[in-house]
Design a protein around this ligand. Structure first.
Ligand code: NAD
Length: 512
């Protein structure tokens, strides 16, 4: 059976004589520290499970404080020469990595589908968005430039430059296994810092393959390190005195915990949390495309996106009726199944617990008086996988549990408002502020919406308003803890310290 560089079995090798479903060889994932693939010092592991069939595909180690210390020491050591490497030389690694990622895109997408469950089309998009981060990190020489001004006082000049700071780290969630780490490390590394990544223990395999490519691209040892594990590793990173800053993406309670813990030890922190996203449909929307876009937003990636639509507010009786009829129709047509099947529209959710949590939220809506028009809990095929069909619920009101909490499953919640003002007031009352969308053909309505809503990422006739790599990403309220958002120009601010020099050049009149 084919092995990858670090000795992991390549479960996706088409030439393999051993089929994954017949006899999976379950390997313990390794860490990548100081340019070598190493066993974690932790004995405990968690099972990495293919959510489409419940098979254990790998074991993820629960690394220890010792592993973190080793990674920090390697990254600290590597920082000494990496920060002195000209930025133009640093980004050469990214040009090579971009080509390697393109070449291996399909393989990484399949690994992503196998560990996360999303469809192959969604997984390819996940990798593509990651590659775009690498492309934009190649513009770091421009993003890193400082400012200068002559004669701030007579004969005195001032220059502000950006300096790398040392070791940074990112802690990432299960829902975009390839992409989310790319939001951070290419910008940190291209700025001259060194890095430790801790991916979700539920989906460590995409990053194993990506790190093999990072190594192949020629990244100097110690610059990029991978430590697998769970909350013990997170807490060790947050408390480590030699880590300068942490980027976190995950649920709101953990985002808050990471923000509070890591800022106590003086670190820079950007912690992106959970979401509850509202979409508003006005009577003048192009209804067919609004219906399709709203449905895809709520159910794409099985609803497991921080930008997923959740509560859909139709303004006025007529709009609401069209919306409800259209969404119910599509919900009855989509195909649920293994993400590797090209006909699948909706893959499984990540785990049995996640499935039970979504089912309980659907039940809570019913118990609180809502009407279930399409019940995804009735999906009974593939009993070994963690599948839910799409659910459509009508009659949602503001105080229902399902109207307030993040669902993270393929559920569309429908409600009616009398006016755009009422819709804006409702969505602004949410504790979260990640994203919101309006469907309309009116420029005035769009302008009013953008002006008045709290969430930071806004879509006009867009279902998943994800800023591209060259813009910055992040929400507000309980969806974001920190000041400086992810990727784009903001990353130059997060990953550097600004040094200001004020110069008075004194003339030695004996020379000239
Ligand atoms: P999670 O909070 O369970 O896990 C995220 C990371 O935190 C993982 O690496 C995990 O190992 C670690 N972790 C988990 N529990 C911990 C604890 N008690 N102490 C310390 N560390 C802990 O999140 P998840 O389930 O992997 O991901 C889904 C969540 O992420 C959703 O809420 C989703 O909205 C959010 N998310 C947000 C964004 C965004 O941009 N705002 C993007 C993607 C996902």
């Amino acid at each position: 059976m084919a092995k990858t560089h670090n000795g992991h079995v390549n479960l996706l090798d088409p030439n393999s004589t051993e089929k994954m479903e017949n006899k999976p060889e379950v390997k313990k994932v390794k860490n990548y520290i100081n340019g070598s693939w190493v066993e974690s010092s932790g004995k405990e592991t968690v099972d990495v499970i293919n959510p489409a069939n419940g098979t254990i595909i790998a074991k993820c180690p629960l690394s220890t404080e010792k592993d973190i210390n080793d990674a920090v020491n390697a990254a600290k050591q590597a920082f000494v020469s990496w920060r002195q490497t000209p930025v133009e030389d640093r980004i050469q690694v990214f040009f090579k990595l971009k080509m390697l990622l393109e070449k291996n895109l399909e393989e990484i997408a399949k690994i992503c589908t196998t560990e996360n469950g999303k469809t192959l089309v969604e997984a390819r998009g996940d990798v593509r968005r990651g590659i775009q981060m690498v492309e934009v990190a190649c513009s770091m020489p421009t993003l890193l430039m400082g400012k200068g001004l002559e004669d701030i006082a007579s004969g005195i000049d001032c220059y502000a430059i950006r300096r790398p700071m040392g070791v940074f780290s990112a802690i990432t969630p299960f829902n975009f296994p390839p992409m989310v780490p790319f939001w951070f490390w290419p910008f940190a590394i291209a700025s001259g810092n060194t890095f430790i990544l801790k991916p979700s223990e539920r989906v460590p395999l995409s990053q194993v393959r990506i790190f093999e490519l990072i190594e192949e691209a020629g990244m100097p040892k110690g610059v990029m390190n991978l430590v697998n594990g769970s909350k013990e590793v997170v807490n060790a990173l947050c408390n480590h005195p030699d880590i300068k800053g942490i980027s976190f993406v995950g649920s709101t309670p953990v985002a808050k915990h990471v923000y509070e813990t890591a800022t106590k030890t003086g670190k820079r922190v950007q912690a992106l949390g959970g979401a509850k996203n509202f979409m508003v449909v006005l009577p003048d929307a192009i209804m067919d495309s609004a219906v399709k876009t709203v449905f895809e937003s709520c159910t794409g990636c099985a609803g497991q996106r921080c930008l997923a639509g959740s509560v859909i507010l139709g303004v006025g009786d007529d709009t609401y009726s069209k919306l409800e009829a259209g969404i119910v129709k599509i919900a009855k047509q989509v195909k649920v199944g293994d993400g590797l099947d090209p006909d699948t529209n909706i893959g499984p959710v990540i785990s049995k617990e996640a499935k039970e949590k979504v089912k309980a939220l659907i039940q809570s809506a019913k118990d609180e008086g809502a009407t279930i028009l399409v019940d995804g809990r009735e999906y009974k095929e593939n009993p070994d996988g963690y599948f839910l069909g799409p659910t459509v619920i009508a009659g949602i009101t503001k105080n229902m549990k399902i109207a307030k909490e993040e669902v993270f499953g393929p559920v569309v919640c429908l409600a009616k408002t009398k006016s755009l003002d009422e819709a804006i007031e409702w969505l602004n009352s949410s504790e979260y502020g990640n994203t919101t969308s309006l469907f309309t053909t009116s420029g005035a309505a769009a302008r009013k919406f953008c002006y008045e809503v709290d969430p930071s990422m806004i879509g006009i006739n867009i279902g998943v308003p994800a800023p591209m790599a060259f813009f910055s990403f992040g929400g507000s309220k309980a969806s974001f803890f920190g000041d400086i958002k992810a990727h784009g120009q903001a990353s130059a601010d997060f990953y550097t310290d600004t040094k200001v020099g004020i110069y008075r050049w004194v003339k030695d009149s004996s020379i000239w």
